[in-house]
Design a protein around this ligand. Structure first.
Ligand code: CA
Ligand code: CA
Length: 216
């Protein structure tokens, strides 16, 4: 399947393709940029909308990166559709999006010392703030588990700021033996906050439960 993105679509929103019923995905996905459009890391584009979805594009599994133009998008599958987000252009090869570095530091590439520095003193180095999509010069902006709320055998894990990245949840009953939760389903109780509910189907409520959330 070939989809085309232009600046008009980025500003207007709305999907390239609207499958009102169930979408059965097979084969590959190709995305081309039109009319000189160059996405930036803040773009979030819903390219396919569906009522339900089965399968995934063979070259773009959930959470993978898809090469588009001079960079790549993160591919997210949601219950409502396919989202392209977190556009990355790294022409100078430092591992950091060039536009992100320009926005926050006024130059690119960032040196190793700059990447490993904690510019705002919030305990998260600049490189990790980039990965999590948080603000590297605002100490109030950092990615973390904000609340762990037990309800009987269930536990609500709330974390953020979240959106546009690929999130994974990990569990341990004996530290540090972490096991990844398979296909965690996230709710979004408020903009920028995600919630995952441990319903004890992949964990053992009779033992201690530790949690970790990662962003990519
Ligand atoms: Ca770069
Ligand atoms: Ca920060």
């Amino acid at each position: 399947m070939l989809l085309e993105l232009s600046a008009g679509r980025a500003g207007r929103g709305g999907p390239c393709l609207d499958v009102r019923d169930k979408a059965a995905l097979d084969g590959g996905l190709a995305v081309q940029l039109r009319d000189g459009f160059l996405p930036v890391w803040t773009n979030r584009m819903e390219v396919i909308r569906w009522g339900a979805c089965q399968g995934a594009f063979t070259n773009a599994p959930p959470g993978s990166r898809l090469a588009v133009g001079p960079g790549s998008f993160r591919v997210l599958y949601t219950p409502a559709g396919l989202i392209l987000t977190d556009y990355l252009v790294d022409a100078d090869g430092d591992g950091i999006d060039d536009d992100w570095a320009q926005t926050y530091f006024g130059h690119t590439p960032l040196s190793s010392a700059e990447q490993l520095a904690d510019s705002d003193g919030d305990g998260v180095v600049n490189q990790d703030e980039f990965i999590a999509g948080t603000h590297p010069t605002d100490a109030r902006s950092l990615f973390r588990i904000a609340a762990v709320i037990p309800e009987g055998n269930r536990v609500n894990i709330r974390f953020g700021p979240a959106g546009g990245k690929w999130y994974r949840v990990w569990h341990a009953s004996i530290l540090p033996v972490w096991r990844e939760i398979a296909q965690p389903a996230f709710a979004q109780p408020e903009p920028g906050r995600f919630e995952w509910v441990d319903d004890a189907t992949q964990t053992d409520p009779s033992r201690p439960r530790f949690y970790r959330v990662s962003a990519e």
